[in-house]
Design a protein around this ligand. Sequence first.
Ligand SMILES: [Zn+2]
Length: 342
Amino acid sequence: MADAEGAFTYNGGRVDPGETQNLRYSISETYLGDPVRVPVTIVNGEEPGPTMFLSAAAHGDELNGIEVVREVAQEWEHRNLHGTLVCLPVLNVLGFLAQQRYLPVYDRDLNRSFPGKPGSTSAKRVAHQLFQNFIEPCDFGLDFHTSTRGRSNMLHVRGDMDDQGTARLARSFGANVILDSQGPTGTLRREASEAGVPTITIEMGEAHRFQRRFIDAALDGVASVMAEYGLHPAEPVNWPGWRTVIEKGEKTWLRADAGGLVETHYEQGDLVEAGEVVCSITNPFKTDSVDVEAPFTGLLVGVLENPVVYPGNPICHLVELGEEIQRAYLRNRTGTMPERPS
Ligand SMILES: [Zn+2]
């Protein structure tokens, strides 16, 4: 949302059309009383259009999205930009500095603290500063995450497909898999969507890494969204070859029923058939092994990377694929891409 002259304004600043600003915005203070400043790049295009935010590292150790947001902000050509980009590569600055998921203060989850509240806990104050200045003024947004430490996700989108604006955004990103859910209370995507700023989460890869193939795929997704909403009107919108929207009953976590060391037989993004052994849990002597079977034919959207488990620990995140989607998946793997359905 821009003011009458097309400027993007936030507390203490404005960015006029045709202008780009790299700024460090104070959102809290350290024990030493120094400012905690979040890096923000605002690119206001010459031409009018929608305002989109791109955010990453709401969990401080989830790094892939940081590179996506930085490349869009700093390396993409924006001479023909219609609208404004609000780029927030590191939302959770304190978590990022400590290279941990949570805010170090009482281990609070910043991504359960939105939309925040002034005069409340430190997490909610930080969330409020971010939300009020850089999220609410936008028309829609993309929030980048990775799997939690020790696991890895295939690139997929999460969003509330019952919300029309969010569903359009989710589809336009052009990922194969969309997990349909509102998201927990306090997550950026849920609270922003409820505040009228449709927002999706993009999950990709693992924590503590820059993984080029995920970053490149996500950049294609960002370009596709910008095409769909006319920010870069000349670009084409992505068709990923096949797509499935997964509802609640069609996904499950396979959990360990024994403690031990896990030997996985598949990677994230692989298709496994019902009854196939996805992984085996072995004892230290390799004399005993418990197989974990797929309860239905589906796609492994998330898998364990750190191979140690207690009983009850999640091992794989499996989503069900119908037969038609299975065929499309296999054709895509062999390079014979299915046509976009009309
Ligand atoms: Zn996350």
